[in-house]
Ligand binder design. Structure first.
Ligand code: NDP
Length: 484
């Protein structure tokens, strides 16, 4: 088993760096509540070192060919796959998510991103536009120094989803993980540099929101990419606006999952489980408002309860476990408050919501039935294992209700009616839609939100546009006339 203690708190200019003058941050293993490591938040000197080194290292990196940059990213991808087990154990220590999940969803997803953008790096181009006898060409340039700020639910994946396109395009990055999960991004930095990334191009510094805020306002920073809550997104977006910095905002959601009478029942139940209980419900794109057409509701609820009853809670390092704890005491408190509100506002708690008689931040998966649109549990992002079942009569009604949210991250439809499925996803206000599946997030597909769920897209070729800019060059071939 991997030792979760990092070599030091920060990774700057190709090496681990410590500065114990920074505020101490205890790393707590969510499954037991034990402190397993300690890091220190960035002092002003650490912050300065990270930004200065990124700024200094970036031009030489941008001057390499895309193929040379991509080769390093692909090598890092291979190394991540080789170290999948130890990286998955570290992800489990950081987040509490069961090893059964982390072995297939975290380091592997980071490796996918590095492989994909590594492969793309050599084919990043501008274009040529013929303009009569003259012509125009565009040069695709990096932005410069990018800042990444991460949430705590997917610390390895978030670091790599930001690092891979940024580095492929020739940028440098300073990344700040969530204070709750500071360990995994350090490993991503270590592996990138072991794979040959020149020093200074991917730096990780620890800290709370104030460190993120200092990064977002520094004059050397050209772009900020945040994965976090709407309230933090508003602050970071506003701070970035001051300097006209580019942003990517991956924020929260309250996504609808719509199950029609004609759906395959087992698939629909699988979809609802994946949309609510994977990672103990701590996923931004979760389909937490489960709209079930009245004709199938009783059968759906009965089968859902039966299958959720089979969830295995326990030691996350045991590969048989498939449901872990909440990431922190704070997050469990938030979930418990919502459960109380749900009951007070008249929803019917049909299972779950109990703590386990063991240390750590455990809570059993929750299903509410008889939920209505105005209840808090149907309106606000909970970020925990709370599935709300709402019923509906017909397609027109459910479409209006599904779209009645400030968020627009994801949406899902289960039906065997092909035309209805496509009609629905066309009208659903969300960045990602699923038909007869839920929560897939391959690197090949753009990922991001509409409405208050965010700005920009991660993954896919679309991410390239968010980590590069185009310079237009006008070339005159004929004689140049002037009025005088
Ligand atoms: P937070 O918004 O609390 O924190 C996100 C990150 O921002 C943390 O690193 C945090 O530091 C930092 N931060 C906080 N305040 C500031 C500030 N003023 N300036 C700069 N940085 C700041 O989110 P959580 O970590 O609690 O994550 C849960 C949220 O993330 C949910 O809303 C979820 O939906 C969203 N999310 C979105 C995803 C997407 O792709 N759309 C994916 C995953 C999660 P610190 O940790 O010290 O507070």
């Amino acid at each position: 088993m991997i030792d979760p203690k990092p070599t030091a708190s920060h990774f700057i200019n190709g090496a681990y760096v410590e500065d114990t003058a920074g505020r101490a941050i205890n790393v707590v293993y969510p499954a037991t509540g034990e402190v397993i490591a300690r890091v220190h938040g960035a002092t002003p000197a650490i912050l300065e070192a990270a930004l200065a080194t990124a700024k200094a290292a970036q031009p030489a990196w941008a001057a390499l060919t895309g193929t040379e940059r991509g080769r390093i990213l692909r090598r890092a991808s291979d190394m991540i796959r080789e170290q999948n087990r130890s990286l998955s154990e570290l992800e489990t220590y950081d987040t509490g998510k069961p090893l059964q999940e982390t072995l297939v969803a975290d380091a592997t997803s980071a490796a996918d991103a590095l492989e994909y953008f590594g492969g793309l790096a050599g084919s990043l181009t501008g274009e040529h536009v013929q303009f009569g006898e003259d012509f125009i060409y565009t040069i695709r340039e990096p932005l410069g120094v990018c800042v990444g700020i991460g949430a705590w639910n997917y610390p390895t994946q978030i670091a790599a989803w930001k690092a891979a396109p940024a580095l492929a395009c020739g940028n440098a990055m300073v990344f700040k993980p969530s204070e709750t999960t500071p360990l995994c991004a350090l490993k991503v930095a270590e592996i990138l540099h072991a794979a040959g990334l020149p020093a200074g191009l991917f730096n990780v510094i620890q800290g709370l929101g104030d460190v993120g805020a200092s990064l977002a306002t520094d004059l050397r920073v050209d772009k900020v990419s945040l994965t976090g809550s709407l309230s933090t997104g508003r602050k970071v977006y506003a701070a970035a606006a001051e300097g006209m910095r580019n942003v990517t905002m991956e924020l929260g959601g309250k996504s609808p999952l719509i199950i029609f009478d004609d759906a395959n029942l087992e698939d629909a139940v699988s979809g609802a489980i994946l949309a609510n209980f994977y990672s103990s419900g701590q996923i931004c794109s979760n389909g937490t408002r489960v709209f079930v057409q009245k004709g199938i509701k009783a059968a759906f609820l009965s089968r859902l309860m039966e299958r959720v009853g089979k969830a295995i809670l326990g030691d996350p390092m045991d590969e048989a476990t498939n449901f872990g704890p909440m990431v922190s005491q704070r997050q469990r408190d938030i979930v418990e408050d919502f459960i109380t509100k749900g009951k007070e506002e008249g929803a019917r708690l049909i299972c779950g919501g109990k703590r386990l008689d063991r240390p750590g931040f455990w809570i059993t998966p929750v299903i509410f039935s008889d939920v209505t649109d105005n209840m808090s549990i149907a309106r606000e992002e909970i970020f925990g294992p709370v599935l709300s079942v709402l019923d509906f009569e017909d397609e027109a009604e459910v479409l209006i209700r599904a779209n009645e949210t400030q968020y627009g991250l994801a949406a899902g439809v289960f039906t065997l009616n092909l035309t209805r499925a496509h009609r629905m996803v066309k009208a659903l206000e969300a960045g990602t839609c699923y038909i007869n599946t839920y929560n897939d997030a391959p690197v090949e597909a753009p990922f991001g939100g509409t409405k208050l769920s965010g700005v920009g897209r991660e993954n896919s070729k679309a991410a390239i546009n968010h980590y590069s800019q185009l310079k237009s060059v006008y070339v005159r071939m004929s004689k140049l006339e002037a009025p005088y």
